[in-house]
Design a protein around this ligand. Structure first.
Ligand SMILES: *[C@@H]1O[C@H](CO)[C@@H](O)[C@H](O)[C@H]1NC(C)=O
Ligand SMILES: *[C@@H]1O[C@H](CO)[C@@H](O)[C@H](O)[C@H]1NC(C)=O
Ligand SMILES: *[C@@H]1O[C@H](CO)[C@@H](O)[C@H](O)[C@H]1NC(C)=O
Ligand SMILES: *[C@@H]1O[C@H](CO)[C@@H](O)[C@H](O)[C@H]1NC(C)=O
Ligand SMILES: *[C@@H]1O[C@H](CO)[C@@H](O)[C@H](O)[C@H]1NC(C)=O
Ligand SMILES: *[C@@H]1O[C@H](CO)[C@@H](O)[C@H](O)[C@H]1NC(C)=O
Ligand SMILES: *[C@@H]1O[C@H](CO)[C@@H](O)[C@H](O)[C@H]1NC(C)=O
Ligand SMILES: *[C@@H]1O[C@H](CO)[C@@H](O)[C@H](O)[C@H]1NC(C)=O
Ligand SMILES: *[C@@H]1O[C@H](CO)[C@@H](O)[C@H](O)[C@H]1NC(C)=O
Ligand SMILES: *[C@@H]1O[C@H](CO)[C@@H](O)[C@H](O)[C@H]1NC(C)=O
Ligand SMILES: *[C@@H]1O[C@H](CO)[C@@H](O)[C@H](O)[C@H]1NC(C)=O
Length: 736
């Protein structure tokens, strides 16, 4: 629910941002981010260079006042207040890669580990694990949570180069070793705490999912009771608070990346994104992830909550991991019982136990707030101020829309039943007793109210049930195809993101909605925000066994060991789940990896038409970057999945060059098993790869040809040596 509401809200904000932007007169200043690529080496004073650039654009009197922030620890750039004309002058300077407004991103709002076969007993490397530092770019944390106790953890690893900003009695320990908050431009929203302390809940939840300690008997009022734990309970946490009650700003996000990289984190987890995918170098997450990659740090990000429409995916840079959200085998159901004794099973996480056995039930369309000029055609949807408090007090209200529960609560209702056409695959939280019935059962409840003289109902407390359909990718999870580079498959994979139990902030309530009084240490929420930290924790787990692996190698290990998903449950197939479902245990031992580094990504960017000048700034190199021999096609980027697109009913041939590195048995022979996408021919050369040492590489060529007659034609390549199965999807899609 929160996801839908914030999504609508965000679209409104984005449009208004664009409107005032295009309408800006010369005197109108806006905050811009000027991105300048790699950090220049040696004796370079970033701020004075940035000031002198501003002086060139606007004269010296204004320049120093206009500079708000300099990025200088891990890459080069700054934030400044500029008119449109000044912005254009700066954008044309040769040392500038891109300039973009300081727009606002949104949050992509535990049994889940056991569900993947990642039990508490899995093999671990605790001493190495405790040297791993996870950088969390989010809403901060609630440091007092039991999930962040530092029992048994020694001093931070010596490589740690960060600080703890202990404002508002926030203190670090040997678990949370660093904390910082960012508000580069503008003032803090009213009510927010200028501190790394989390007053939203989201950051506490994601952080404990990645790295929370083992806490027994955690639950939300006994719902989802069990042992709460992160994927890597011994790792250290560095907190970078970039999100406030009004959103997550681009300038703050980049500042956090700038610090996290120089502070020495090993993995970055960020469950935040734009409403639409952006160009790689106008997106702070993609820029930050690029510099992280250069420094050996994998960035794991959420795919977005804008599904199921095609092309809704965000955070698509090939150097980061993009994670979709799927269900686990537990669902929360909430029964609605009518005075007729009929019982309907709805979905919701309902913690309330009502005192009476039955309450009067009314249809919202019959109780409009006529004093406010509202009639039944509006009040049936339970919009703000649409219900007449005298007619709903202590009653249960049937609303013809899935809402957040605020209006029935404000109007004095005791509970709400909702009917809508939205999918019933997520149990949302409400500030009062509530259940969501969908359309058919909702219509039955309506009919009962209509035909009964004194209709009554009761909403039961939720119970957990086994979900036999799991896992499937949930409707809200953003789908491919990748809007920026069609032939890089995104999302990369899926992980649990539905009804996840994890730690919560005690500076807020279960829903954060005014009137909700439930302050809790653990909460149950959903989103790709929740799936991303499962992948981040797995990346740290892999790194604890292979500390020297590159971000691409870790990412490859996670993708090629994912277990295959079925297009029967998700017709969008790989556009919903990428390589498949996260499998943390197997990810630690992939057999082969598709490795890649900065040079590979730069070749890819050359082929995508980025300028020599931009790429020189990115790499910090003076040489001509994009030559004919260094002009990588998208199909040749050493990616662990294969994607091709072409006009429908037209013959295409795509040739993929790949290199795999042996990280399994020293002496091994892998056979290729290819399942071609329907209607296409796949040739692989060679079909057998032999290795005699760990670290040895072998090349192969995959040639896919034929006519693409469909939107999602799925195939696969598996390299198998009898011990390891290294699986990649091959997906073909017709361009419309
Ligand atoms: C200090 O932290 C506690 C939570 O442990 C909080 O209730 C209190 O308001 C904080 N004090 C200040 C000054 O922020
Ligand atoms: C678990 O916690 C609940 C309260 O949340 C309590 O009622 C129950 O006794 C606890 N169980 C155990 C085994 O500690
Ligand atoms: C640690 O941070 C300082 C201050 O930003 C920086 O000068 C130094 O290079 C960093 N050290 C490492 C190892 O990154
Ligand atoms: C149930 O009854 C108790 C005790 O009378 C009261 O405090 C509480 O508010 C009631 N709860 C509801 C949901 O009406
Ligand atoms: C309804 O009111 C609440 C505050 O009472 C506000 O946060 C929310 O945005 C409003 N919703 C709509 C759709 O206006
Ligand atoms: C029942 O539905 C009919 C037809 O729509 C309507 O005229 C009538 O007012 C409804 N009665 C109640 C109690 O909602
Ligand atoms: C980069 O420079 C080389 C050599 O001057 C040139 O051939 C190539 O077209 C340039 N590439 C781009 C993308 O400008
Ligand atoms: C680039 O070239 C300039 C002038 O030729 C030289 O001063 C500078 O050190 C070079 N930078 C790098 C990173 O090679
Ligand atoms: C690189 O490839 C792109 C797209 O295929 C093409 O437009 C460009 O001219 C090529 N550049 C060079 C230097 O070959
Ligand atoms: C790929 O296969 C097609 C169709 O069989 C063939 O025409 C083409 O020459 C092949 N290309 C390569 C590089 O093997
Ligand atoms: C690979 O293929 C060879 C020859 O067809 C066969 O002997 C061998 O058993 C295969 N190995 C595996 C792991 O399938």
């Amino acid at each position: 629910m929160a996801t839908y509401v914030s999504w609508l809200l965000f679209i409104t904000l984005t449009f208004s941002l664009l409107l005032c932007w295009s309408g800006a007169s010369e005197s109108d200043e806006k905050t811009y981010i000027v991105y300048m690529g790699d950090h220049p080496n040696g004796g370079f004073s970033a701020s004075s260079h940035h000031t002198s650039m501003l002086e060139q654009a606007m004269g010296s009197s204004k320049a120093s006042k206009s500079l708000l922030y300099s990025y200088k620890r891990s890459f080069n750039g700054f934030v400044a207040r500029l008119t449109e004309e000044e912005m254009k002058k700066i954008a044309s300077m040769k040392e500038v890669v891109s300039v973009f407004p300081n727009g606002k991103m949104q949050l992509h709002t535990t049994r889940s580990w056991d569900f993947m076969g990642f039990s508490q007993k899995v093999k671990r490397s605790p001493t190495v694990e405790s040297d791993i530092i996870i950088g969390m770019l989010d809403t901060g944390v609630w440091p007092e949570s039991e999930s962040f106790n530092d029992n048994g953890l020694g001093l931070p690893p010596s490589k740690w180069n960060g600080t703890c900003q202990s404002s508002s009695n926030f203190t670090c320990n040997n678990k949370i070793i660093g904390a910082h908050y960012y508000r580069v431009a503008g003032s803090f929203p009213p009510g927010d705490i200028p501190s790394p302390r989390d007053s939203e809940g989201h950051g506490t939840h994601t952080t404990s999912t990645v790295a929370g300690r083992v806490v027994k008997n955690a639950s939300l009022f006994d719902l989802g009771a069990g042992t709460a734990r992160g994927g890597v309970p011994s790792t250290r946490i560095a907190v970078y608070k970039i999100c406030w009650s009004d959103g997550c700003y681009a300038a703050d996000t980049l500042a956090a990346f700038d610090d996290a990289i120089a502070d020495g984190v090993d993995i970055i987890s960020i469950s935040v994104g734009w409403p639409f995918a952006q160009d790689y170098f106008k997106d702070p997450i993609s820029i930050g992830a690029f510099h992280s990659m250069k420094n050996g740090i994998l960035t794991s990000n959420s795919a977005g909550n804008a599904g199921p429409s095609a092309g809704s995916i965000v955070n698509v840079s090939p150097w980061s991991l993009s994670v979709a959200a799927s269900t686990i085998d537990r669902k929360f159901v909430t029964d609605v019982k009518l005075g007729s004794n009929k019982v309907y099973e709805g979905v919701a996480v309902n913690t309330f136990i009502l005192n009476q056995s039955m309450y009067p039930v009314v249809w919202a369309g019959n109780v409009p707030n006529t004093k406010e000029g509202v009639d039944g055609s509006l009040s049936r949807y339970c919009f703000n101020n649409s219900l007449d408090p005298t007619l709903v007090k202590d009653k249960i209200v049937l609303c013809d829309q899935l809402i957040d529960g605020q209006e029935p609560l404000d109007a004095g209702a005791i509970g709400t039943i909702m009917q809508d056409s939205r999918p019933m695959d997520v149990a949302y939280l409400f500030p009062l007793s509530a259940s969501y019935l969908g359309q058919t059962d909702g219509a039955a409840v309506y009919l009962y109210i209509n035909k009964t003289s004194k209709p009554t109902a009761i909403i039961e407390k939720s119970i957990a049930k086994k979900d036999i359909l799991a896992p499937f990718v949930v409707s809200f999870s953003s789908r491919g195809p990748n809007p920026i580079t069609t032939d890089i498959l995104k999302p990369d994979l899926t992980a649990p993101g539905v009804n996840i139990v994890a730690a919560w902030s005690e500076a807020t309530t279960v829903t954060g909605i005014p009137g909700d009084k439930r302050v809790v240490p653990y909460n149950i929420i959903s989103g790709t925000s929740m799936s991303c930290p499962h992948a981040s924790g797995t990346a740290a787990y892999v790194k604890s066994f292979h500390p020297t692996w590159s971000p691409a190698a870790i990412k490859s290990a996670i993708m090629t060991t994912a277990f295959p998903m079925s297009s029967k449950k998700n017709p969008e197939a790989e556009f919903a789940y990428g390589s498949g479902h996260l499998n943390p245990v197997k990810a630690a031992n992939p057999g082969l990896v598709y490795d890649a580094g900065e040079t590979d990504y730069v070749q890819f960017l050359c082929g995508q038409g980025y300028s020599n000048q931009s790429l020189q700034l990115l790499t910090g190199s003076n040489t001509t970057i994009c030559t004919a021999s260094n002009n990588g096609t998208v199909w040749d980027l050493n990616y662990p999945s294969f994607a091709l697109s072409g006009l429908a009913n037209t013959a295409v041939t795509r040739v993929f060059h790949r290199t795999v590195t042996n990280v399994g048995s020293p002496v091994s022979t892998y056979n290729a098993t290819v399942v071609p996408p329907p209607g296409l021919t796949v040739k692989i050369e060679p079909g057998i790869l032999s290795f005699n040492a760990v670290g040895q590489t072998q090349k192969f060529v995959l040639n896919v040809s034929g006519v693409i007659n469909g939107n999602v034609l799925s195939g696969s390549l598996v390299w198998d040596d009898g011990v390891y199965q290294v699986r990649s999807p091959i997906i073909a899609s017709a361009l419309s």
